[in-house]
Design a protein around this ligand. Sequence first.
Ligand SMILES: [Mn+2]
Length: 321
Amino acid sequence: MREFTVNEAAKRLLEAENAYILIHRSPDGDCIGSGYALALALRSQGKKAKVLCSDAIPERYHFMLPEAETIEHFEPDIIISADVADEKLIGDTLFEQYAGKTDLCIDHHISNTGYAKELCLDGNAAAACQVVYEILKAMNISVTREMAVCLYTGLATDTGCFMYDNVSPRTLRIAAEIMEQYPDIPYAAINRNMFIVKSMGRMQLDSILTKQLESYADGKCMLVCITKELMDKYGIDESELDGVAGFPLQVEGAEVGIVLKEREKNFFRISMRSADKVNVSDICKCFGGGGHIKAAGCSIEASAEDAKRMLVEAVMKGMQK
Ligand SMILES: [Mn+2]
């Protein structure tokens, strides 16, 4: 693996002709935004580009997708990944085909495993979209309105609507540059749809989750488990659980919030959030995961009770550091 600066990544992309862009499973605003902004940018230079995701893009993000996309088959001469910290996160179907084949990874996760041949990583960037924006500038590509919608949404969603402490002056300046260039994009409506609006099922689920919050370490660690049974009962799918990871941390005094999502019997996806000092990326690494210092994830194969016990133990240890 070679580490690339923004300028080196820009040069590499200008030299490439046909790109496949891999984004992570359970796609979110940032990977969709960075993937499609990059694809649109490459196409604007007369290159071919296609975004690949092992899951369908959830409907709430469809406004980000380019209009009427019909792409003829082509062979790539570069395989790029965007916002993918660990190769496994591209999901099983893509992993089978593209494991070990990523040429250039564009990312902002400090836990990036270095799986790509070339890595353009900015661990201080609020979103992969921020890194992509810098690369587009270095490539001298003018950001179109479609790219701007993608980039803005990625910045907004990965920063909790510009609220988390991954927001830097640069993040806000990029958002400001986008807003200056395209004042007609409905920014407030995007924010509302990403952060306020929920399905009725999700609203009802939230009230159940409030009742089911579990408190550990004198309330410093809050945990909630979302079973498949609950999801079925309220008729909601994974894509409607956006933002649920931050839910347990809303409790006053909580330092770490854990959300367990049951994927299959005895298999859980874990999201962990830290309010301040505890490094949850390190804790999730103990379970083969990772992410950012204050927002990370992992998977655990165990019964719900065992998974909870292991996680709480690891968090207690992490809190002593
Ligand atoms: Mn991201």
